[in-house]
Design a protein around this ligand. Structure first.
Ligand code: SAM
Length: 257
């Protein structure tokens, strides 16, 4: 495959996007969990404005829109994900209420207090949990809700191998009580917290990747970047099966004071 006109950096992003666009979700989660988190949000109506930050191709956004009233805006850094997102809205006949835009969660193209609900599944780590909670609060109306899923430790101590992995991957991972305290400190009333069940990682995330990995390695045989990407994904899946008692994702839902 030729990548003559592209920097390695751009090519990597394209490759990563292509890989993840094979699967419905780009992070751990499930329709059941999205609906459960949504059940803690009050007062949505047809005029409500909802943003889904780091929406990917929109797996969870579509579930939200099918289960709640309002106008939805999905934001993702990668325009290829947004293209797929907008194709999905049409397939599900949601295009009048749901729109995907390319943009960064670090520099939201919104007005102050524009949204009644800010959603983000498996994506706030890109800006960092505390920074995201603090900065996104400006875009929420008073009494508005925030709902994010975030990597969390389940125990005070854990085996060295998994501790080291996360300290390199995302040192802001923390215990659930500490994450709830950070939510409160950022100006939200903690409304609900729950741990995502293991099937969000296995059945809905790692299992669909097995077929995608085979197809991808065949298509990009001999491509070092593709091989490295797949090796990393497989390593993550192995770590999860070994250490799922110690970490996972938790949903954190708060209401702006
Ligand atoms: N929410 C989706 C899901 O649960 O399937 C996607 C989760 S995926 C692990 C993280 C997403 O964040 C990716 O779609 C990625 O493109 C997006 N992302 C990364 N950095 C971003 C940024 N600065 N602004 C907006 N989106 C970003």
């Amino acid at each position: 495959m030729s990548n003559d006109n592209k920097s390695i950096h751009e090519f990597d992003f394209d490759l990563i996007c292509e890989y993840f666009s094979f699967i419905e979700r780009q992070g751990p989660g499930s329709p059941e969990v999205t609906r459960k988190a949504l059940s803690f949000i009050d007062n949505l109506n047809d005029k409500s404005r909802i943003a889904d930050l780091g929406c990917g191709t929109g797996g969870q956004t579509m579930v939200l829109a099918q289960n709640a009233p309002g106008q939805f805006t999905g934001v993702d850094l990668f325009s290829k994900f947004i293209d797929l997102f907008n194709q999905n809205t049409k397939k599900l006949n949601l295009q009048n209420r749901v729109k995907g835009i390319t943009g960064s969660m670090e520099n939201l193209p919104f007005q102050e207090e524009e949204f009644d609900l800010i959603w983000s599944e498996g994506a706030i780590y890109n800006i960092g949990y505390e920074r995201g909670l603090n900065e996104w609060r400006k875009s929420l109306s008073p009494g508005g809700f925030i709902a994010v899923s975030e990597a969390s430790w389940f125990t005070e101590k854990r085996p060295e191998e998994i501790h080291k992995f996360w300290m390199e991957a995302y040192p802001e991972i923390d215990t659930i009580p500490n994450k709830v305290a950070q939510l409160q400190k950022a100006g939200y009333v903690p409304v609900a917290t729950f741990i995502l069940p293991e099937n969000c990682w296995t059945e809905h995330f790692y299992v669909p990747q097995v077929a995608a990995q085979k197809a991808f390695l065949k298509k990009y045989a001999g491509n070092k970047t593709a091989e490295e990407l797949i090796a990393n994904q497989r390593h993550e899946a192995e770590l999860y099966s070994k250490y799922s008692a110690y970490y996972g994702y938790a949903f954190y839902i708060g209401k702006k004071l």
